[in-house]
Design a protein around this ligand. Structure first.
Ligand code: G3P
Ligand code: CA
Length: 271
């Protein structure tokens, strides 16, 4: 089965900021992404969920309790409800004391629309890895709204001869299929927490271009990277925070490491 390589010119390992520079600054805030860009991250990872009034917001958990001073499911709150919450104080003092001054508000909920604006306004190439969450709850609406936004920013397909700036990730192959139906040229990443027997040989659901195994999978089974590569998939690993994990990923030749500490990982890589 021949799967077109979405990045025909193999590049050195990409450093992807997981929820922004989320070790230093509250995750998924504009400040966390601004810091990741300043740190030199090649790409930004974000999770998206749909609010009750149909807005895609960058929030990881199904409810807001952990990362804000509010309570309740994202899907039962409207954007205005979320905008009234504090998404930063839970983290206490950021490990970068200058963060609020340098990167702006680290307390407001971030919409995907605003994150796309940030990427568009950045004067160097920054890629986006967008993960669809709770795709079954809204049966297609997350992907529909996502594609609508990407179209608006002209990011739903790579410009001719260029690699895509956006890729969509999910643990749900059904969600990725919906994305490919609406945007066939957009690379998709199949996330794996464990390797199911049908994917042991390195082959993934039809049409998926990139494998997204957890670091735990790689530690237990480093040979899996070679099998995924042999099956034609790039390999993007999460979450790679420890120096020895970065080292292992480089040794195995993975294509991207997704990390909460992009600045430190880039320094370790000598970039
Ligand atoms: O980048 C993939 C990784 O983010 C998947 O796990 O739970 O952090 O969304 P999670
Ligand atoms: Ca994620």
């Amino acid at each position: 089965r021949a799967i077109p390589d979405p990045y025909p010119q193999r590049r050195p390992v990409q450093v992807v900021a997981h929820r922004g520079a989320s070790e230093d600054v509250p995750e998924h805030t504009l400040a966390a992404y601004r810091k990741a860009i300043e740190d030199g991250a090649d790409a930004l990872e974000c999770d998206v969920r749909l609010t009750a009034d149909g807005e895609l917001v960058c929030v990881h958990d199904w409810r807001v309790n952990r990362v804000s001073n509010g309570r309740g499911a994202v899907s039962s709150l409207e954007l205005a409800d979320l905008a009234a919450l504090d998404f930063g104080s839970w983290k206490g003092r950021t490990t970068d004391p200058e963060a609020p001054e340098r990167y702006g508000d680290a307390r407001r909920v971030l919409t995907l629309h605003r994150l796309l604006e940030l990427v568009a306004d950045t004067d160097r190439r920054v890629e986006l890895a967008i993960e669809t969450k709770h795709p079954t709850r809204w049966a297609g609406q997350v992907e529909e709204r996502l594609l609508e936004l990407l179209r608006r920013f002209d990011l739903d397909a790579p410009p001719p001869g260029e690699a895509s700036r956006v890729r969509v990730m999910s643990f749900s192959s059904r969600s990725l299929r919906r994305v490919r139906l609406g945007a066939p040229a957009l690379p998709t990443v199949y996330l794996m927490q464990y390797v199911s027997p049908r994917h042991r040989d390195g082959r993934l659901p039809a049409g998926v271009s990139i494998a997204g195994p957890s670091m735990r999978i790689l530690r237990a089974n480093p040979g899996y990277v070679a099998r995924l590569h042999a099956a034609g998939h790039l390999v993007h690993v999460w979450t790679v925070d420890r120096a020895e994990d970065v080292e292992l990923c480089v040794r195995l030749g993975v294509d991207a490491v997704i990390t909460n500490r992009p600045g430190q990982v880039l320094a370790q890589l000598g970039r």
